[in-house]
Write a protein that binds this ligand. Structure first.
Ligand code: PLP
Length: 481
């Protein structure tokens, strides 16, 4: 399997070459040259693998279709080491929870639990695999990598929990000092592993991002100190996410004739893009419903055909903060497919076009209608008031507590239910991470998994620094060996 860039660059690369890279040289995103096609027999076989051998074996089967430069036995061992009950809490790894009223003949919908990993958010599903893949590939090459990132919450802690103790990898994670929830701060800063460096910047999230950009743009420094990233455009992360669409499908259905729909709480379009890949491979998905919060860049596109990047002033801070985006960094992958894999046009739309005007408009293009008809996409939007209502309703109707992002998903899923087509809402975080909004909705603290009792009181390891690139660089230099 070879990978191409969405912007038409002529180079083709193999999986391990793009594993440690970010963007393609032309600024595009990597995608496989074609999506492997699963016929009825192949789907039946995957269902059997899943039911008899479990999630890790299913992951191996799907990853093998895209990775041919890691020996099969090694890849299997990496999957087996990643997807365990010890890390994800259950043997199912991503169990389905039906929301079904007493006396009803079928569930209203299902929650697919993706948030039982170490940081209680779905990013663990991919990041845990990435940690093991990085360690494996760096050892094979005899190289080291220093991951530099900026986080306002979920991504940073998922990356740190995935990379802690890994050989050849260090993490330097910046976050805005004092601006994450006490639970999130405790989760990150209580990691005492020598290869994990928490850097609290006196500033806001944008200051952290600017520092990361400035360091990455200093090509000499980047090369000399082997700076890399783990952001959501990484193809390996997206690929790992494809697996749980299959696992959800097999749990919700008896036969491969049955279709299901998924609703995905979305920000950067990484999670739902994995659903798109699963559907392109032949998984019988009816609708892929994109749920946004007040930052409705994606809902606007699927309603109107206009993709409009928001400025800082139009990017809202919401109570589902992991979906607070001004642009959706993985969206280019889908648009590339939508416009018939035309690299030159993708480059024009996302390169010059967005840089000049901040938007593009596909409403007049015949392909736009296909987003719904051929690719199954639908969308909707949820606000703070919707979120509170939905959290209350789901608790009253089903006794289930859901987090704010999952609530956005349930709210929008309810607008797209179809008789005879099970709806799976991806549960992307647990409520304890967003306790303040849960208290606002329900008047009580959310349940806390036992292993997180008292984490706020644990010793913390964090360096506070001014929003100054040279100070951060100096810290990296002195902690690189
Ligand atoms: C990251 C995140 C999302 C958004 O996922 P994308 O892949 O960026 O669309 C939704 N919910 C939670 C809890 C997250 O951490």
């Amino acid at each position: 399997m070879l990978y191409l860039s969405t912007r038409g660059h002529a180079d083709r690369k193999r999986f391990c070459e793009i594993l440690l890279e970010g963007l393609a040289p032309d600024g595009g995103l990597y995608l496989p040259e074609q999506y492997p096609q699963l016929d009825a027999a192949a789907l039946t076989r995957l269902r059997q693998v899943w039911s008899s051998q479990g999630y890790a074996s299913l992951a191996f089967e799907i990853l093998s279709l895209y990775i041919d430069d890691i020996p099969a036995a090694d890849l299997k061992a990496l999957c087996d080491k990643t997807y365990t009950r010890a890390v994800f809490g259950t043997d199912e790894i991503v169990p389905l929870k039906p929301l079904q009223a007493a006396g009803a003949s079928a569930p209203e919908l299902y929650l697919e639990a993706l948030s039982n990993g170490p940081t209680l958010a779905f990013k663990d599903m991919a990041m845990q695999l990435l940690g093991n893949l990085f360690e494996y590939e760096l050892a094979r090459r005899g190289e080291e990598l220093n991951i530099l990132g900026a986080t306002s919450g979920d991504t940073g802690s998922a990356a740190e929990y995935a990379m802690r103790g890994k050989k050849g990898v260090r993490v330097f994670m910046t976050s805005p000092n004092g601006r994450m929830s006490p639970f999130q701060q405790a989760q990150m800063f209580s990691l005492l592993d020598a290869n994990i460096h928490n850097i609290a910047i006196d500033g806001v999230f944008d200051d952290c991002q600017d520092i990361v950009k400035a360091v990455s743009n200093d090509l000499d420094f980047k090369r000399r100190y082997k700076i890399g990233t783990v952001n959501s455009i990484n193809w390996a992360r997206l690929l790992a996410q494809v697996v749980y669409y299959f696992a959800g499908y097999f749990q919700a259905t008896q036969t491969n004739e049955q279709k299901v729909s998924f609703t995905v709480p979305s920000g950067n379009f990484g999670n739902v893009c994995a659903g798109h890949v699963a559907r392109m491979m032949g998984l019988p998905i009816d609708r892929l419903v994109v749920a946004t919060n007040e930052n409705d860049v994606l809902d606007e596109f699927f309603r109107t055909g206009v993709y409009r990047v928001r400025g800082t002033a139009d990017t809202h801070e919401t109570s589902s903060p992991s979906m607070d985006i001004s642009k959706a960094s993985n969206f280019e992958r889908f648009v590339f497919d939508l416009i018939g894999r035309d690299g030159a046009r993708t480059k024009q739309l996302f390169g010059e076009g967005l840089a000049r005007t901040g938007h593009f408009d596909l409403s007049g293009d015949a392909c736009f209608a296909q987003a719904a008809t051929r690719y199954g996409f639908a969308s909707g939007k949820s606000t703070h008031a919707n979120r509170l209502d939905t959290i209350r309703q789901v608790f009253a109707q089903y006794g289930a507590m859901i987090d704010t992002h999952t609530a956005d998903g349930v709210k929008v899923a309810r607008e797209h239910l179809k008789v005879g087509v099970p709806m799976l809402v991806l549960e992307t975080a647990l409520p304890i991470k967003f306790a303040a909004t849960l208290v606002e909705a329900l008047g009580r603290e959310p349940n806390r998994p036992a292993q997180f009792e008292g984490i706020e009181a644990l010793p913390k390891r964090v360096q506070v620094m001014p929003a100054d690139v040279s100070v951060v660089k100096a810290y990296i230099v002195t902690h690189c060996d």
